[in-house]
Ligand binder design. Structure first.
Ligand code: SF4
Ligand code: SF4
Length: 397
């Protein structure tokens, strides 16, 4: 499983002709669409985490989706595109997300945007974390699933890419419940891997033309990366993406647990990469992370190493912190917080565009899931580093 090849192809813009050349090449390299037969219905699980215009690099770009739909429908199959964004999983809410993400223009007689908002019970006894759960029912109505993610940083998991994208199979408003059920990073990473093993998408594609660095996955800065990647398994694919943005197995919890479960590679040397774009050329050495605290471990169980490990973890510890003057008091963080750790309080320093209220976080309740940061519509909730960690972070660059 570990050595499933990954196609890596250079693509520098979202111009249709450039996307067509690069996406077609990446899919041809791994015979990605051989499974598509006339009459099939293919579900594309895009990353539509929030309603956002394509140029913000938060969601899967519609030009890429358009070309993928063309390739599938040319083979006589039909397509349904869907996701469960953060927020209500209802027709009205999700239709607005489709609109903001520029997806309505993709609709045709054989391409639809999901309108089935049913919720199903899932049972997965072989799961590491997620033995029972609920999921978005539209995925039961397709013959095969393609995961089409975006390469971004993620405060809790380190990176949001192919594996993390499948969390969108959990209905939006119930996602915070899963953070409460699995507050520890490793257990939560196992949830992501369980979802991939349960749904078993037949193909994964990553939009890494423009990605997101810093305060990702929704409030960071757009960063040009210039690549499209594809593979039939997500773990090798994510290993390549992590390597491109300067991360390794200890920085991305989903890669770590996938390797421990015998599903994914240990490092980049175990991945076979196809395509004309060299991995060295694709690397972005100064890509800004959301957090680096997971990457520091000390081998061995001696008391000294344990103390060192605790000291370094403390130095690199992070927490959500509101930037008062950017906060518009919309209460979205309050409503999303699974630990009920947020109270809205009046504040004179809040943005004049807002309600005059800002969130106050009860640190004793906060489980550091960073849902508040992910779903803040204006990026006012930041990932805050311990000052020592910030200094060490700068010194490493
Ligand atoms: S931090 Fe963001 S989500 Fe929370 S109230 Fe302020 S603007 Fe809204
Ligand atoms: S305050 Fe933010 S990080 Fe803490 S539990 Fe609530 S949503 Fe998660």
């Amino acid at each position: 499983m570990s050595n499933t090849p990954v196609a890596l192809v250079k693509c520098d813009s979202y111009e249709y002709e450039e996307v067509k050349r690069a996406l077609d090449e990446s899919l041809d390299l791994i015979n990605a669409l051989d499974f598509v037969k006339p009459g099939m219905k293919i579900g594309i699980k895009a990353n539509l985490v929030t309603g956002s215009s394509a140029n913000k690099a938060i969601t899967t770009h519609p030009v890429l989706l358009r070309r993928l739909c063309e390739l599938i429908t040319e083979r006589g199959a039909s397509v349904v595109i869907g996701d469960s964004p953060g927020g209500l999983y209802t027709q009205a809410f999700v239709q607005n997300v489709y609109k903001s993400c520029g997806l309505h223009e993709l609709e045709s007689s054989s391409v639809t945007l999901n309108t089935d908002f049913s919720i199903k019970d899932g049972k997965f006894p072989e799961a590491e974390s997620l033995k029972s759960f609920i999921y978005t029912g539209w995925l039961d109505d397709v013959d095969a699933i393609i995961g089409f993610s975006k390469l971004k940083t993620h405060a809790m998991m380190g990176m949001s890419c192919a594996v993390k994208n499948m969390f969108g199979c959990i209905p939006g408003t119930t996602k915070p419940d899963y953070h409460m059920r699995f507050p520890e990073e490793k257990a939560f990473a196992n949830v992501m891997v369980d979802l991939n093993e349960f749904f078993k998408p037949v193909l994964y594609i990553v939009d890494a033309i423009d990605g997101m660095e810093g305060n990702g996955p929704t409030a960071g800065e757009k960063r040009h990366i210039g690549a499209i990647l594809a593979s039939k398994r997500p773990y090798s694919l994510d290993m390549v993406c992590a390597h491109m943005i300067g991360m390794g197995i200890n920085d991305v919890q989903t890669l770590l647990v996938a390797n421990e479960r015998g599903l994914g590679p240990k490092d980049i040397s175990e991945v076979s990469i196809l395509g004309s774009y060299s991995l060295e050329d694709a690397k972005i050495p100064d890509f800004k992370r959301a957090t680096i605290h997971q990457s520091i471990t000390f081998e061995g169980g001696s008391a000294f190493n344990r103390i060192k490990s605790i000291a370094v973890k403390l130095a690199y510890s992070t927490k959500p912190l509101v930037k008062k003057d950017e906060c518009i008091g919309c209460k979205k963080c309050h409503d999303t917080c699974p630990a009920k750790a947020i109270t809205m309080i009046p504040s004179k320093g809040a943005s004049p565009k807002g309600t005059g209220y800002i969130p106050q976080i009860d640190r004793s309740k906060c489980i550091k899931c960073f849902c508040c940061q992910e779903f803040c519509p204006v990026g006012a909730m930041k990932v805050h580093y311990n000052p020592i960690g910030s200094l060490l972070n700068k010194m490493q660059r």
